[in-house]
Design a protein around this ligand. Structure first.
Ligand code: PXG
Length: 293
């Protein structure tokens, strides 16, 4: 086949992978997406990502013009087309081309594209020493305005927080809810550990229901940790024994300082390191083989 990027049913070269300036994904951020990884040619939690994409689309009344099985097939093909083993896959569905008004009903055909590339891994140092993060002034969108469970193309809320975090010299930023509870980071979920409890904000506060978050909650039991989804404030993080972030790109990354307060001993904790090791094993054991057709 000629190309490497899936665009509306065709495989095209990078240079030909172009979208109209009238696409509402660009004009209004009207669309949904997933960031997916493959390890050794196996796509990790593909079914979970596909399900979340269809849920996001349903919530914004966007009809994806493929059934989930066909779309999963195209995601697998994107890995093969690019002869990749360890890949980062971006799957995007936009409202499609319309006019210069908001009305989504003027967009007859959604645009669908899949980019499979190599993953830019975070520096090793982040995993060995842990991240220093900061709470930023920009609050997470209130779910009543734009539910964080919808993985939409509207990332300006997160980008503003990212800018503020970087201005403060940090690679990740902690976002609070409107009422001051811990919500999540700009592209990662957050967890704390204390007295055998693993706690993370409930998604109803506006956090994304992360795929990696779900995996970690599943692994916690084997380490004797009791999982709790509860609202909490920064104080619970400052006084936690361990804190870490989860995301498809970051996987599990320890946090060792928040707003100038060292977390626990100031080094990645025993449970965090244990979960990182379990996660590493799991991603190589599980996953749908992109090359089995
Ligand atoms: N919260 C938010 C707001 C996210 O965007 C996660 C949590 C983690 O979810 P998963 O399902 O990946 O465990 C995300 C992840 C990036 C990047 O470059 C990350 C995400 C999206 C786009 C880019 O780090 N989403």
């Amino acid at each position: 086949m000629a190309g490497k990027i899936f665009l509306n049913g065709k495989w095209v070269d990078r240079a030909d992978a172009v979208i109209s300036v009238f696409d509402h994904g660009l004009l209004y951020g009207d669309g949904v997406f997933e960031g997916i990884r493959s390890y050794g040619g196996r796509i990790f939690r593909l079914a979970g990502h596909i399900e979340r994409l269809y849920d996001s689309a349903r919530a914004i009344r966007l009809t994806i013009p493929y059934d989930p099985a066909a779309l999963s097939g195209h995601v697998k093909a994107s890995v093969r087309e690019n002869a990749l083993k360890d890949a980062y896959i971006r799957l995007v569905v936009t409202r499609g081309v319309g006019d210069l008004g908001l009305d989504p009903d003027k967009c007859p055909t959604p645009s669908v594209f899949i980019i499979a590339g190599t993953i830019a891994l975070y520096p090793r140092e982040y995993y060995e020493k842990g991240l220093d993060i900061v709470t930023v002034p920009t609050r997470r969108n209130v779910p009543e305005a734009l539910n964080g469970r919808i993985k939409s193309l509207n990332y300006l809320n997160n980008i503003l927080a990212k800018i503020e975090g970087k201005l403060a010299g940090c690679v990740e930023a902690l976002m609070l809810t409107d009422s001051g509870f811990v919500c999540e980071c700009t592209g990662d979920n957050i967890f704390g550990i204390r007295h055998g409890r693993l706690f993370t904000p409930p998604t109803y506060l506006g956090a994304l229901k992360g795929i990696t978050r779900d995996v970690v909650m599943g692994l916690a039991g084997s380490r004797g940790l009791k999982v709790e989804e509860v609202p909490f404030t920064r104080h619970e993080l400052f006084t936690a024994e361990e804190v870490f972030l989860t995301g498809t790109a970051a996987e599990i990354v320890p946090v060792t300082k928040i707003d100038g307060r060292p977390i626990g001993s100031g080094a990645p904790g025993v449970h965090t390191r244990g979960l990182m090791a379990e996660f590493e094993k799991l991603v190589h054991r599980e996953g749908e083989d992109a090359y089995a057709v």
